[in-house]
Design a protein around this ligand. Structure first.
Ligand code: BG6
Length: 486
């Protein structure tokens, strides 16, 4: 008789918390020895529906270098976490956070990416942040590269387009692994590694003058370098910290066929492959066969060193983490109305509602994707981003009643719980932006995700005071009840 006990809910050590990125919160862009980063030369959006954070040229970089202010570059100011981290972490602790996902700004440690010595003041900053987290038993979950790199590496090598960047990155990873080996157990290499196919934000490479097929060639070559660098980081991490876990991080975009027409179903399968290619390499340790055909069809030839494929095979990641904001609709003959997507554009799904920014809200899709990733890979999964960017109003009583955010998160957590009951091995859930921060895509402040409100507008005006929204108290209960009280 088959008599396994049913799974009833989240594991007792489930990692509840929030996720951020250095370039969206820290500010302090030019102090204590930090170098300029790629994120700090991307101008804020003037038209939020029609803007690409990847539209960076050599000229726009020079304009940014010549501009000593943060007016057009809000990621330079963030929310000044650099000076508010104690207060912010205390608020996370009040919500009962078990984990805090954050990234290290590579340019705080190696200002130019290839300096002879690391910057001690940068290292000391993260010592302090980790010590503060430890005070409250909050587990740091550290992204090694979240949408930024030292700008010098772009100027010198065109970022990840060049193999040189691998060595620079792995000197940085070795430095931070050694320094924080007793403070950090959970690591991940590249945020949303598939962002490399979208351009500058992922690759740090300027490619605006190239023809589309040359761009594709450059981006997949850059991604190959990231795969190699990621495998070297896994090796370094395991050798130094046998108990640590290091994962990959994907912007997961589940594709649904628009109709049961087999052509649409095949299109969805293919779109899904192009999204899962990254984790196929990083989790399974191999370039999948279907990419061979894709590369041939697109005239892409990857240059590899003799040991690259063996390295990728020998050092796959321990877990798979991903961001989940939306699902996609695939059609063999795209004709439908488009919707704004997570940095890309997709067809509209008539069964789903969308956020103010046009991101289609699909909680059931989270359950589908969790099951799908678990079946495909069989490694622990970690939802490291999910949340609602919305405009919040401060009411006359000074409170922010963000029941829309609660509603969004409740529905996603419910579906996540269903996936756990389905048998998915899920490590944790760090929602995106527990404290309001600068938007990655548009650099707005008014696209707020937080449980904690930050008094700052799009132009950087405000007191930076932190206050609790209604969702703060709701999430506190969710954590206290381990996801039972929703
Ligand atoms: C993810 C990124 O793509 O989405 C985050 O990893 C980003 O950095 C988040 O902030 C939400 O996107 P946006 O553009 O609303 O900030």
């Amino acid at each position: 008789m088959y008599s396994k006990q049913p799974i009833t809910g989240f594991k007792p050590d489930f990692l509840w918390g929030g996720a951020t990125a250095a370039n969206q919160i820290e500010g302090a862009w030019n102090i204590d020895g930090k170098g300029l980063t790629t994120a700090e030369v991307v101008q804020k959006a003037t038209d939020r529906q029609n803007f690409s954070m990847n539209a960076v040229t050599k000229d726009s970089i020079q304009t940014a270098i010549d501009d000593p202010t943060d007016t057009l570059y809000p990621k330079r100011r963030g929310i000044d976490f650099y000076h508010h981290y104690k207060e912010d972490i205390a608020l996370f602790a009040k919500m009962g956070f078990k984990a805090f996902r954050m990234s290290i700004a590579w340019a705080r440690i190696f200002p130019n990416g290839d300096d002879a010595q690391p910057n001690e003041k940068g290292l000391a900053f993260y010592d302090n942040v980790f010590a503060e987290l430890k005070k409250y038993n909050i587990e740091p979950v550290v992204t090694l590269s979240h949408y930024e790199m030292p700008l010098t590496l772009t100027l010198k090598y065109n970022g990840w387009a060049s193999r040189e960047t691998i060595a620079a990155f792995n000197r940085y990873t070795e430095t931070v692994f050694k320094r924080y080996q007793h403070q950090v157990k959970y690591w991940m290499t590249f945020n949303e590694i598939n962002a490399g196919t979208w351009g500058f934000t992922g690759t740090g490479a300027v490619d605006d003058t190239l023809a589309p097929d040359e761009q594709l060639q450059l981006r997949y070559q850059a991604l190959h370098h990231q795969f190699v660098a990621s495998s070297i980081a896994v090796k370094q991490c395991h050798e130094l910290m046998p108990d640590a876990k290091i994962g990959s991080m994907l912007a997961r975009m589940q594709s649904y066929p628009k109709t049961p027409n087999p052509d649409d179903v095949r299109q969805a399968q293919q779109d899904d492959e192009l999204n899962l290619f990254f984790t196929d390499v990083q989790v399974r340790g191999e370039y999948p066969n279907y990419m061979n055909r894709y590369f041939n069809d697109h005239n892409i030839t990857l240059e590899m060193a003799p040991d690259d494929l063996q390295l990728i095979k020998d050092y796959p990641v321990d877990y798979l983490s991903f961001s989940y904001y939306m699902s996609m609709v695939s059609s063999a003959k795209p004709a439908g109305e488009k919707t704004a997507g997570n940095l890309i554009l997709g067809e509209k799904n008539p069964y789903l509602e969308a956020s103010d920014w046009g991101w289609q809200i699909d909680p059931v899709g989270l359950r589908i994707t969790l099951n799908n990733l678990w079946e495909r890979y069989g490694v622990p999964l970690f939802v490291v981003e999910n949340g609602l960017g919305a405009i919040d109003q401060v009411d006359a009583d000074g409170q922010i009643h963000d029941e829309y955010r609660i509603d969004y998160m409740r529905k996603h957590i419910e579906q996540m719980k269903e996936a756990v009951k389905d048998g998915v091995d899920l490590m944790g859930y760090t929602m995106w932006g527990p404290i309001d921060l600068i938007s990655a895509s548009t650099s707005e402040m008014s696209k707020r995700y937080g449980f904690i409100y930050v008094d700052q507008d799009d132009d950087g005006n405000g007191t930076l005071a932190r206050s609790r929204k209604e969702s703060f108290y709701w999430f506190k209960n969710v954590i206290a009840s381990n996801g039972e009280d929703l």
